[in-house]
Design a protein around this ligand. Structure first.
Ligand code: EPU
Length: 429
């Protein structure tokens, strides 16, 4: 199993290109199941989760072609995928494939909408909580589907097709909103989703669905209205930049010091995180090419942060912020409200000497002057990258084990960081 070796202490200086967003690319690829024409997606990140979803879609009978480089493409441009679901030969998503990635469960929505049936294994995914699918099932039932759970599979049928409905989520859910949105595009009549998730990735998917002929309005607000249509068609869409990758590198620069341009980043996708970084002492300058992040001289100030659905501080940046606060001048409080078990990085950050105690949903971090490198490993994607951030600023050497978590969500992490002066390398085997 690959490991990453980091020798900390270098400031980061230079340019980091931001990749396409994993959490938009995955539902966009899944949306290709809604049409028998080709969906072309540009700026798809080269990630293990994308490759896994390609396998899952391939199992349903989709043809996926990754286009080669074109003249003028810059080095880090994401791949272009041509996805054709002309013939769906299998409406089952098996355990072996779905258990590796939670988002693959979402194929249930387009399969049900277009093929009127689906059999999808209950999902796996990151070890960050129980992560049920009750709200996804509720949404599909509202749209007229009959669902039952049998042998670890959700078996869904809608023999007469889905029918528009009012779906009021009792709690904000990204997965629930994606599923309701995709399913409703081909339902008979109008669907109104209330208390919908407002995450930028929902807006990106809705934009793409509209290009495919869907009639979606209100995405990005808590009330989304979908007028069902009979058929969707092919389209071309560019995946939006990854706000979590952006925030992660911004925190890395705040931690090590230095001056880095995050090329292609869009500040409005993570304003709450940028505000927290400013409070912590970083200088954030949005410009035409992205966002410039610098910290020179000044120490890191402690902060009080609570994770919340968009536009609040994202849970997917909570671990990274905790790494940063481990070196703040004082005591920070970070409260996690989205997932109940998302503090697995606390014990690993402690290996660097970080002083963190837990009080229910809140972590109290007493900053120390310097972290010290150590062998570490993590159990989920964002926790793993928080260890990389800590290691970049720590004194001495760190080995991060279980690198496959990082490969799920960070494209060319070592390359991007070493181009800015970090001492970081992958050790294979
Ligand atoms: N929830 C339920 N029932 C459901 C669905 C969700 O109780 O049927 C709960 C969850 O357990 C959680 C809360 O609702 O406590 C929010 O879950 P949500 O559905 O919003 O999360 P998700 O769609 O499963 C996506 C991202 C996560 C990100 C969350 C929150 C993708 C592929 N995943 O997950 O990203 O943390 O939204 O923003 O888009 C990651 O990229 O590392 C990651 C975990």
């Amino acid at each position: 199993m690959d490991r990453i070796r980091i020798v900390g202490g270098n400031k980061l200086n230079g340019t980091i290109p931001i990749s396409g967003a994993k959490n938009a690319a995955l539902p966009l690829m899944i949306a290709s199941l809604l049409t028998d024409e080709t969906l072309i997606l540009d700026n798809v990140p080269r990630l293990a989760d994308v490759a896994q979803l390609q396998r899952i879609l391939g199992n349903h009978g989709l043809d996926i072609m990754a286009a080669g480089k074109r003249p003028g493409d810059h080095e880090y441009q994401g791949q272009t995928l041509h996805i054709s679901a002309a013939n769906i030969i299998d409406t089952t998503a098996p355990y072996e494939l779905v258990s590796k990635m939670r988002a693959s469960f979402w194929v249930i929505a387009p399969l049900l909408a277009r093929m009127k049936e689906a059999k999808v294994s209950l999902p796996g995914g990151c070890a960050i909580g129980t992560r049920p699918v009750d709200l996804l099932i509720m949404a599909l039932e509202k749209l007229g589907a009959e669902l039952q759970i049998d042998g670890g599979y959700v078996i869904a049928k809608a023999p007469g097709g889905l029918v528009g409905a009012e779906i009021d989520f009792p709690k904000v859910t990204v997965s629930g909103t994606h599923v309701a949105l995709m399913a409703a595009t081909l339902a008979k009549g109008t669907t109104v989703i209330t208390n919908a998730a407002c995450e930028p990735e929902i807006v990106d998917v809705a934009d793409c669905l509209n290009k495919m002929g869907a009639k979606v309005s209100g995405a990005g607000t808590t009330r989304i209205v979908i007028e069902g249509v009979k058929k969707l068609h092919g389209a071309r869409h560019t995946v939006l930049p990854d706000r979590i990758e952006t925030g992660t590198y911004a925190m890395a620069v705040a931690m090590t010091g230095g001056d880095v341009q995050l090329a292609g980043a869009r500040p409005e996708l993570l304003q709450s995180a940028l505000d927290v970084l400013t409070e912590a002492g970083a200088t954030i300058t949005p410009n035409n090419e992205g966002i410039r992040v610098a910290r020179n001289g000044a120490g890191i100030s402690p902060v009080k942060v609570t994770t919340a659905p968009f536009p609040g501080f994202p849970t997917d940046l909570q671990a990274q912020l905790m790494a940063l606060m481990a070196c703040a001048k004082g005591s920070s409080h970070i409260t996690e409200t989205i997932f109940e078990n998302r503090f697995m990085h606390v014990q690993e950050l402690a290996r660097f000497g970080a002083r963190i105690s837990l009080d229910g949903e809140t972590a109290i971090i007493d900053g120390i002057a310097k972290l010290k490198g150590a062998p570490v490993m993590a159990t989920d994607l964002r926790a793993s990258v928080s260890l990389v951030i800590a290691a970049l600023a720590a004194e001495g050497e760190t080995t991060v084990n279980r690198v496959y978590h990082l490969d799920r969500g960070f494209e060319r992490l070592e390359e991007k960081l070493s181009a800015c002066g970090a001492t970081i390398e992958r050790i294979s085997g």
